[in-house]
Design a protein around this ligand. Structure first.
Ligand SMILES: Nc1ncnc2c1ncn2[C@@H]1O[C@H](COP(=O)(O)OP(=O)(O)O)[C@@H](O)[C@H]1O
Ligand SMILES: [Mg+2]
Length: 203
């Protein structure tokens, strides 16, 4: 047996590193009816594979090596870089801004292809050789709706505010400015304001 190292044990999946591959295996949930549980894990494996493949054509993301619906696992390229959640704050501010411009550009590209990432936090971004890789399309979906795109951006804004609070406003500005160059950006960013207003009334 080749050696496997557990990198993360999440709520939904276990992540292993084996040789130079990542294995994301969706684990059983004992509170679900077994047949339903199987079905859900199979469909999520299928959906994440599709989104990784689709995103991989337009932005940097791990290449899928094999998708095994029976085993509920995706074998993908290991991105051996720096996870932004742990590293963004350690870079000089100008570099942080440059990274955020790349993030904004990539979000614009996937949104143009109607891909909603669904969990845009810096834990799902890895910097390698100056490129920002987007990982974890587990909550992703396809949608043309401006609302869904605005919520995607809103999540990132909240993540920056919570985790990278020192420069978060400038960082999100950089994301927004890069995003602005895309088709429909104006409408999505208008919608973002509405999403934020709604958020404020909720608390
Ligand atoms: N392709 C990959 N290359 C490098 N690290 C990865 C890769 N996929 C996942 N990881 C690591 O495993 C963690 C969890 O994987 P992720 O797909 O985000 O699962 P979860 O849905 O549990 O958040 C990531 O934050 C990252 O540290
Ligand atoms: Mg994740």
């Amino acid at each position: 047996m080749t050696s496997q190292k557990i990198i993360q044990q999440g709520a939904e999946a276990v992540i292993f590193l084996e040789k130079n591959n990542i294995i994301k295996k969706r684990i059983k949930k004992s509170y679900r009816i077994p047949e339903l549980d199987q079905k859900i894990r199979k469909l999520r494996t299928r959906s994440e594979t599709k989104l990784l493949n689709k995103a991989g054509e337009i932005i940097f993301s791990p290449k899928v090596i094999k998708s095994d619906e029976k085993e509920k696992k995706i074998i993908m390229e290991f991105i051996d870089g720096k996870k932004l959640s742990d590293n963004l704050d350690n870079f000089p501010k100008q570099k942080q801004i440059e990274i955020c411009k790349k993030i904004g550009k990539s979000i614009a590209k996937i949104h143009e292809k109607e891909i909603i990432h669904g969990d845009l936090t810096t834990s799902n971004m890895i910097l390698k050789e100056g490129k920002v890789y987007f990982i974890d399309f587990g909550l992703g979906f396809i949608s043309k709706k401006f609302e869904d795109k605005a919520v995607d951006l809103h999540l990132l804004k909240q993540a920056l505010e919570a985790k990278h609070f020192k420069n978060w406003k400038e960082l999100f500005k950089a994301v927004e400015n890069a995003y602005k160059k895309s088709k429909n950006a104006k409408i999505v960013l208008e919608r973002l304001k509405a999403v934020e207003k709604r958020g404020r009334y909720k608390h």
